[in-house]
Design a protein around this ligand. Sequence first.
Ligand code: ATP
Length: 646
Amino acid sequence: MGNDSNMKKNSQKDGDGSSNGSNNKKILFGILAFALILTFFMNFFMSSFSGGNMIEIEYNEFLSLVEKDAVKSVEIQSDRLIIYSDVSKLEKIEDYSGIRAKNEVVFYTGLVGDLELVNTLKEHNIRFSRKLTDSSPIFDFFMSWIMPILFLYLIFALIIHFAAKKLGGGGFMGVGKSNAKIYMQKETGVTFKDAAGLGEAKESLQEIIDFLHNPDKYVKIGAKQPKGALLVGPPGTGKTLLAKAVAGEANVTFMSLSGSDFVEMFVGVGASRVRDLFKQASENAPCIIFIDEIDAIGKKRDGSVNSNDEREQTLNQLLSEMDGFDSSKAIVILAATNRPDVLDKALLRPGRFDRRIIVEKPDLIGREDILKVHSKDVILDEKVDLRAVALATSGAAGADLANMVNEAALRAVRMGREKVLQEDLMEAVEVIIAGKEKKDRILSPKEKRIVAFHEVGHALVSAMQKNAQPVQKITIVPRTMGALGYTMQMPEEEKYLMTKDEIVSEISVLLGGRAAEEIVFDTVTTGASNDIERATKMARSMVSQYGMSDKFDMMALETTENKYLDGRNVAICGENTIAALDEEVLRIIKECHEKALSILRENRETLDKIAEYLYEKETITGERFMSILKEVKGDDVFAAEKNQRK
Ligand code: ATP
């Protein structure tokens, strides 16, 4: 079996070698043809330029011109006579439509071996001469054809060679050579401890580590290890980190290359890089090959006119190398992608990337663990509550959390502290979500009041509903990412499901800002655009994906594409249904808008009080907000009202 696969590998290599060779031949032939054509045109223009003034005549005619004393001088060349005539003595000058120069028309005629020529010229007192530099026809041919072709060929070949080299290939003479920068680490120094959370992913990779540790155990029993595993998940969730950790745990070499590094302008370069990569890997076995962004080369081959030859050839090479390498060699290929849906089926079949390991965004415990890993080397205040930070960062990926800890540490340094406090971490959360505070943006008092009422509108609609999340903080300090104010809500616990009531409450909270503007100022501003967008998205998903509207019952109207990136929704129903879907979304939005308006109208006094307070202080905590709310309404009334509203 091992032999079989070796044979397969060799034959594939030969095949590819010849394909590269034929590529080179094609390029060389192309340059040669181009040089030939160019030389032809050059000669054509040169001859029409230099011979353009001369008119060919027959030898007889030349003799009759001599007889008529119409010739001034003659130049004898190796194969012809150049005849300089005297225009005044030429009859029917219009027959010689040649170009006149210095009162003469120049003729030429071939040599006919006339032994009397010299005597005839002497008799008529015609000056004649023979050029000393006159060359032989062979020399002429060499100079006007062979030399230019060689010269042009050399110039073009060099230009293409250097261009190819600069663009990342090995130069066209050595397309087979690769300049790919393979990132290689003998010891990654990363282990599973550094990749927090990701329990299931680690479990799936455990077997691969065991195989790399002890391949013989598997070979002995006849078990074949999977050659490759595909790490799939949103950006920043730790796929690269996990691949490095596998190499670290198994104590093997880690080689990595990004999918986009393979794709080049010249057909064949990517394929040669794949070959190089596998060659280096077998020299460094046991090892892990990690290909990041494999979708750059692994996209479905559709055979359409627009398909990319280079990418397809690279993919084919990768597929055949994966088939070809000896599975007992302890080489494991890990690849990462955010877009598994676009990958070619051939890449996913058994024997290739047949294991798919999902690397999801972390849950509450995962986030807390990641925060712990990244704050290991950061001096934290004893009162820091990482669980609270984790709660506030639902939906954040590992990379965001690592960034937050660093932002918090930077803020602590800026504040002149030696420890990172909880407030540094919470501020870092806000920086990641809404951008930095923009204190230099001064709002006019009128705008500031509108923003204050808008934000309290959100907070109050949230506080007065049973299903809404508690308010953590309200601020009207503008942020760099565009927000003029900001109401931060924090869930009491991690949630994996949302009920219909919760979504409706959430939409009402989002529309609460605009509702407050309408009630208090009797006008509307542009400040609600983001709220409106988010509310509409939620309402649409309720109808089109979650089966939460009576009108469409449990019918799916949209599906999510590109789940791990932008998560775009695409309609899967007819046009009429889409129109009906829009109507249903509008109905939900209107209902929620009405709800927000009625809550705020009923609590107008509280709204005014808290908004005025916020206007003055600019930032208030959730606790302060609640205490004013309870003060104005009275504890019991507040509790009763909140509980009766879903
Ligand atoms: P992309 O898809 O954009 O390539 P990725 O999934 O490969 O992203 P990584 O490059 O592995 O993400 O992660 C970026 C950084 O985020 C890591 O260097 C690490 O600091 C941090 N990180 C991500 N996930 C984790 C985790 N589970 N534990 C600890 N740190 C993490």
